[in-house]
Ligand binder design. Structure first.
Ligand code: TYM
Length: 328
């Protein structure tokens, strides 16, 4: 049994990209491993958030975790801010990191480019993420492709700590889906599907009504060919839709290609939309049940208690190794 940790930001709407890239693996891993899945509210505030919206989104994402199939009896689900040790270890890690390595983070470059003033929180974001992972000595981190660089930094910081203060941290491994680790935008297959894209037609939100989903898929950009063939280099748009199809139907790429041989895109897109709806509709029904049941806060409290027991101990161990006087 391995230890698994991951997190999702409660900023804006969760998308089908988050679901395929990360949440589906959360659900898969919970059966055989000790899992910690959190809503990373402390990361969300690295860009300005309306307090009311942050509260609402944090609860919405927690409910979506459960609705997507995370079972609180198997996995610990909690809010990052409820386990205070994350912020404390995050601070300790900022003192281990270098400006140069944080400046190289592509997520930081993307989020800060063209801005007059860039928050320091956004800059040190990856040190907090490293703390999230290492505080549990996690073995596996299920994420999409865009988080690989942050995981490399996490390993660098773990190594640096271990060589300065003695072996303590486990080297975490990135765990991504074979296909679908990077679900692309529906209007431009050179960009990843993202909740921060100003064009809502570019992404499928997990809470989009079924008819909106059908419309978005029917309008998704495709190349001018007719063949339903998986070839990300030459047919990036149709390949992206095939990845989504595969995840939502459970069919392999070969099975999908065979099913549409010689048929063009029309029928493929219509059936794709129905597969996506067949995944999202029951998820939405469970989401509304959970939100109205009032059980969410109990789940989050119990998840945070179990997480804090481990996280608090890690911070004590780390502080002791670094030379802090511990309370006696
Ligand atoms: P976030 O909130 O941007 O995204 C959450 C997860 O969804 C994946 N993802 C995608 N996967 C495939 N295709 C896409 N288009 C797509 N868009 C998003 C992301 O890779 C991620 O796995 N820094 C993290 C949150 C975080 C975290 C952590 C993750 C904070 N602490 C500790 C793991 C461990 C982030 O911003 O994810």
């Amino acid at each position: 049994m391995k230890r698994v940790l991951s997190g999702i930001q409660p900023s804006g709407q969760l998308t089908l990209g988050n679901y395929i890239g990360a949440m589906q693996n959360f659900v898969k891993l919970q059966n055989d491993h000790e899992c910690f899945f959190m809503i990373v509210d402390l990361h969300a505030i690295t860009v300005p958030q309306e307090p009311q919206a942050l509260r609402e989104q944090s609860e919405a994402v927690a409910a979506l975790f459960i609705a997507a199939g995370i079972d609180p009896a198997k996995a610990n689900v909690f809010l990052q801010s409820h386990v205070r040790a994350h912020a404390e270890l995050g601070w300790l890690f900022t003192t281990l990191s270098y400006m140069g390595e944080l400046e190289r983070m592509t997520q930081f470059k993307d989020k800060s480019s063209g801005k007059d003033s860039v928050g320091t929180g956004l800059f040190v974001y990856p040190t907090l993420m490293a703390a999230d992972i290492l505080i549990y000595n996690a073995d596996l981190v299920p994420v999409g492709d865009d988080q690989r660089q942050h995981l490399e930094l996490t390993r660098d910081l773990a190594q640096r700590f271990n060589s300065r203060y003695g072996d303590y941290f486990t080297m975490p491994e990135t765990y991504t889906p074979k296909i679908g680790a990077r679900i692309m935008s529906l209007d431009d297959a050179s960009k990843k599907m993202s909740k921060s894209n100003p064009n809502p037609g570019s992404y499928i939100a997990l809470l989009d009504p079924p008819d909106v989903i059908r419309k978005k898929i029917s309008r998704a950009t495709t190349d001018s060919g007719r063949e339903v063939k998986y070839n990300p280099a030459e047919k990036p748009e149709i390949s992206n839709l095939i990845s989504i199809y595969s995840h939502c139907s459970g069919l392999s790429i070969e099975e999908i290609e065979a099913r549409y041989e010689g048929q063009g895109y029309g029928g493929f897109k219509k059936e794709l939309a129905e597969y996506v709806v067949s995944v999202i509709e029951p998820l939405q029904a469970r989401y509304h049940e959970i939100r109205s049941s009032g059980e969410l806060h109990d789940i989050l409290r119990s998840g945070a208690e179990k997480a804090a027991a481990i996280a608090d101990q890690t911070v004590l161990d780390v502080k002791e190794r670094m030379g802090f006087v511990l309370p006696k």
